[in-house]
Design a protein around this ligand. Structure first.
Ligand SMILES: C[C@H](O)[C@H](O)[C@H]1CNc2nc(N)[nH]c(=O)c2N1
Ligand SMILES: N[C@@H](Cc1ccc(O)cc1)C(=O)O
Ligand SMILES: [Fe+2]
Length: 534
């Protein structure tokens, strides 16, 4: 397959074009859970490789870019073949892909907005404008403001119109200038904070599967599977299945081997033993139900598909496969549609008690029981809805509170501290640690919890304890509703779409719907009160 075809295929497969991503006003590097994490996705990495191959091919093709003089072509070649290529960013990938669509696409005028840091104030600006002129672009809009941290520097927003080829070259040349920092390209239509892109229907979650690659066994020396070649290959095969998954597909069946089932069995039996004493009652209730239905047994790992069907029956939640640890924004988005994204690979057999990345034991044993609890399901969807189109700062806070509650939360039950967090109920090592006298326990207070730094490699040093499970949901919910997103959204269960509540007509028709519903409910109450009912 040629590199161009490969790039094309990748784009179709992973639909980078419409991801909850750069083109939609979410610069790749800011889709962050914590600032220092790397947010390159596997998707982007793969596309990157084929785009690079393609770029190399193209630079050998003399018919390309006739407008550019020989000098520049030379420097372009140098930069394409240099180490800079390894740093190809998501927006460059998107642009290169668009260019690869054919000669017309190459010449088509593209509107785009650039955000730049002008290190040397207005002096840098004149250089930028000259570069734009050099690449035959025109400036449609220009705004500057002092940088928040350093008043000698300026932040600039420049909207330009130019061919895609030139735009790509412009970005590359600007990035090489030492007087500029943070050269970011964002799609022209999506600059407005009031109207950001986010998935409106569950099918669009096909574009919300960006991974955080930091804890993969291939990349992280501390990962329990780092030195186990066979494990890494297995992990990759299963991840591929998730990448190929599209909305509406049945969740692929995974044939787990004996080792994998044994790992599950040992975690399952330990949790089963610890549960009565240490897990919250809502968790225990559904756990028993899952046992009765034969889905939870020590013998075999439940399939995601059967678990998804179980959830659908109880709360309307369903599952879709994920290839690994998803970015917080993409993970939370799925909750808005009552969908949870779950991995299918199994932790390494040497560390059943804890693993640094979510595996299917975490998803199944940790998350599933509570997602089958109606009140918790409702609550999860609310968090998901609150995340849609929220700012990066808000996502960071939201995912931090999520971390200390849904993932690692403790709550009191008749004065006794119990676990409800999925990361505790899937990791008995950490469960015992959390309930020992080693960690610090603090009262749960969303606004305080939201700014508490954390890591996800080892046991937590701090846990937050809610007065009760219901109290946690109430407090979290109240805090979420005070978030500053300038619009309100609602999930329409009839169409399965998320609607922005921005017109009087829409709201009026909703109020009417609710009135009808309230009428039915009060009718039911009245009928139950009639003497003939008893
Ligand atoms: C939203 C929050 O960051 C949360 O910890 C998410 C992150 N990404 C995830 N990705 C997967 N596959 N499974 C999870 O449980 C989570 N949890
Ligand atoms: N530590 C959890 C898995 C996990 C890892 C990282 C996370 O972000 C979430 C969950 C377990 O062992 O079950
Ligand atoms: Fe989780």
């Amino acid at each position: 397959m040629t590199a161009v075809a490969a790039a094309q295929k990748n784009r179709e497969m992973f639909a980078i074009k419409k991801s909850y991503s750069i083109e939609n006003g979410y610069p790749a590097r800011r889709r962050s859970l914590v600032d220092d994490a790397r947010f390159e996705t596997l998707v982007v990495e793969q596309t990157k490789q084929s785009v690079l191959d393609e770029a190399r091919l193209r630079s050998n093709d003399s018919s390309v870019d006739p407008e550019i003089d020989a000098d520049e072509k030379q420097s372009q070649k140098v930069s394409e073949n240099s180490e800079n290529d390894a740093g190809l960013t998501e927006e460059e990938v998107v642009l290169s892909n668009a260019i690869a669509e054919g000669p017309e696409a190459e010449k088509a005028l593209q509107r785009a907005a650039l955000i730049l840091r002008l290190r040397e104030g207005m002096n840098s600006l004149s250089r930028v404008l000259k570069s734009i002129e050099k690449y035959q672009g025109s400036v449609c809009h220009l705004e500057t403001r002092p940088n928040q941290n350093d008043n000698n520097q300026l932040d600039a927003l420049i909207k330009v119109e130019m061919t895609r080829v030139s735009l790509l070259q412009l970005i590359r040349s600007l990035r090489q200038s030492s007087s500029l920092g943070h050269v970011t390209l964002i799609g022209e239509d999506n600059i407005s904070a009031k109207n950001p892109w986010f998935p409106r229907h569950a099918s669009e979650l096909d574009n919300c599967n960006h991974l955080m690659t930091k804890y993969e066994p291939d990349l992280d020396m501390n990962h329990p599977g780092f030195a186990d070649k066979e494990y890494r290959a297995r992990r990759k095969d299963i991840a591929e299945i998730a990448f190929a998954y599209k909305y509406g597909d049945a969740i692929p069946h995974i044939e787990y081997c004996e080792t994998e089932n044994k790992t599950w069995g040992s975690v399952f039996n330990t949790v089963l033993e610890l549960m009565p004493k240490h897990a919250c009652s809502e968790y225990c209730r559904v756990f028993k139900l899952l046992q009765e239905e034969g889905i939870f047994t020590a013998e075999r790992i439940p399939q995601l598909e059967e678990m998804s069907n179980f959830l659908k029956r109880h709360t309307g939640f369903s599952l879709r496969p994920a290839a690994g640890l998803l970015t917080a924004r993409d993970f939370l988005a799925s909750l808005a549609f009552r969908i949870s994204q779950g991995t299918q690979y199994v932790r390494h057999k040497n560390t059943p008690y804890h693993t640094p990345e979510p595996d299917c034991i975490h998803e199944l044993l940790g998350h599933m029981p509570l997602l089958a609890d109606p009140s918790f399901a409702q609550f999860s969807q609310e968090i998901g809805l609150a995340s849609l189109g929220a700012s990066d700062a808000e996502i960071e806070k939201l995912s931090t509170v999520y971390w200390f509650t849904v993932e690692f939360g403790l709550c009191k039950e008749s004065g006794v501290v119990k676990a409800y967090g999925a990361g505790l109920l899937s990791a008995y090592g950490e469960l015992l640690h959390a309930l020992s006298d080693k960690p610090e326990l603090r009262p749960f207070e969303p606004a305080v919890t939201a700014v508490q730094p954390y890591q996800d490699q080892e046991y937590q040093p701090i846990y937050y304890v809610a007065e009760s499970f219901d109290d946690m949901k109430d407090k979290f919910r109240r805090w979420v509703s005070a978030m500053s997103r300038p619009f309100e959204v609602r999930f329409n269960p009839h169409t399965g779409r998320v609607e922005v509540l921005d017109s009087v007509e829409k709201l009026e028709s909703l109020v009417q719907q609710l009135n009808t519903e309230v009428l039915h409910l009060s009718n039911a109450i009245n009928k139950m009160k009639l003497p003939s009912y008893q």
